[in-house]
Design a protein around this ligand. Structure first.
Ligand code: NAP
Length: 252
C-alpha cells in the first residue's frame, strides 16, 4: 500500500504515545526517524523494536526548545532518509497550572514545546521536503476551557489553528492534519481512581489505547482528500457537555 522506504519523522518517539505512533507507522512499512531528547536508553530499545519489524530506524537527538536548530535538524534527517515524507509532531510539554499559578517560565515552556516547535518543524519540513504529510498531535481538551492547564491548553488550541492555517499555506503539496487524543496514557501523576472517574464521562465508557492514536495518524496518510482536519480520538468525551474537569476531582 505504501511506497517502500518512505520515511516518517516522529518527534518524541522513544517513549509513550510517540513510540506507539512510530510502531504503527513501521508496521505499515515506513522507515522511522526516531527523535528523542532525554530518553536515550528508551530510544535504543524502541529502535530495536522498530527494526525487528523489518524497516530502517535511526535515532536523532534534538532539544525542541532550540528552535533555531529546526532547519538543520530537518536537513540532517533528510540526509539519512532522502524519501522522508511524513512529520508527526508528537513531543510535548505538560505542566498543569491554572492561570493564577502560571509563571512566565511555565507559560514560555508550554508555548515553546506545544506550538513553537511544531510551527518551526513544519516550516522546515515544507522548505526541505516540499511534499508529504504533517500530522500534529493535539489534545481533546480543545473542546473545553479547562483552566487547570491554562498555558498547555492555550498552546494546543493554537496548534489546532496552526494546523488549519498551514494546511492552506502548504496545499496542494503538503497535507496538514491533526489527531486529538483523549484518555489514552495518562500522566504518571494520575491515579487509577482518577482514570476511572474520567471514563465515567466518556460515552464509550473506556480508555483509549495507543494504537487508536497510531491508527488515526495512519488514516490521515491513507486518505489524500483530507487536509486541515482534526480527528478527535477520545471515545466521544469531547461531545459530552462538560468533560471531566480535573479541578472537580476530589479523591476519596
Ligand atoms: N498520553 C495521552 O493520553 C495524551 C492525551 C492527550 C494528548 N496527548 C498528546 O499526545 C502527544 C504524546 O503524548 P505523551 O503523553 O506520550 O507524551 P508526553 O509525555 O506529553 O511527551 C513527552 C515526549 O516529549 C518529548 N520532549 C519533551 N520535552 C522535549 C524537548 N525539550 N525536546 C525534545 N523532545 C522533548 C520527550 O522526549 P524525551 O523523553 O526523549 O526527552 C517525550 O518523548 C503529546 O502531544 C500530548 O500532548 C497525549
Amino acid at each position: 500500500m505504501f511506497k517502500e522506504n518512505t520515511a516518517a519523522l516522529v518527534t518524541g518517539s522513544a517513549i509513550r504515545l510517540g513510540k506507539h505512533i512510530a510502531l504503527n507507522l513501521a508496521r505499515a512499512g515506513y522507515d522511522i526517524a526516531l527523535h528523542y531528547h532525554r530518553s536515550a536508553d528508551a530510544a535504543l530499545e524502541t529502535q530495536a523494536e522498530i527494526q525487528a519489524l523489518g524497516v530502517k530506524c535511526e535515532l536523532f537527538s534534538y532539544d525542541l526548545m532550540d528552535v533555531a536548530g529546526a532547519d538543520a535538524f530537518m536537513a540532517k534527517v533528510k540526509d539519512h532518509f532522502p524519501r522522508l515524507h511524513v512529520l508527526v509532531n508528537s513531543a510535548s510539554g505538560y505542566t498543569p497550572a491554572p492561570i493564577a499559578e502560571t509563571t512566565p517560565e511555565i507559560f514560555d515552556t508550554q508555548f515553546a514545546l506545544n506550538i513553537r516547535a511544531p510551527f518551526f518543524l513544519t516550516k522546515a519540513f515544507a522548505a526541505r521536503i516540499g511534499s508529504g504529510n504533517v500530522v500534529n498531535i493535539i489534545d481533546n481538551k480543545l473542546a473545553y476551557h479547562q483552566y487547570a492547564y491554562a498555558a498547555y491548553l492555550l498552546a494546543k488550541k493554537s496548534l489546532a489553528d496552526f494546523t488549519r492555517m498551514a494546511a492552506l499555506e502548504f496545499a496542494p503539496h503538503i497535507r496538514v492534519n491533526a489527531v486529538a487524543p483523549g484518555v489514552v496514557l495518562p500522566a504518571s501523576v494520575r491515579s487509577e481512581d482518577y482514570v476511572q472517574w474520567r471514563i465515567q464521562g466518556i460515552p464509550l465508557k473506556k480508555q483509549g489505547n495507543p494504537d487508536h492514536i497510531g491508527q488515526a495518524v495512519l488514516s490521515f496518510l491513507q486518505n489524500d482528500f483530507l487536509t486541515g482536519q482534526i480527528l478527535v480520538v477520545d471515545g466521544g468525551e469531547n461531545i459530552s457537555n462538560v468533560g471531566q474537569h480535573s479541578e472537580n476531582w476530589k479523591q476519596g
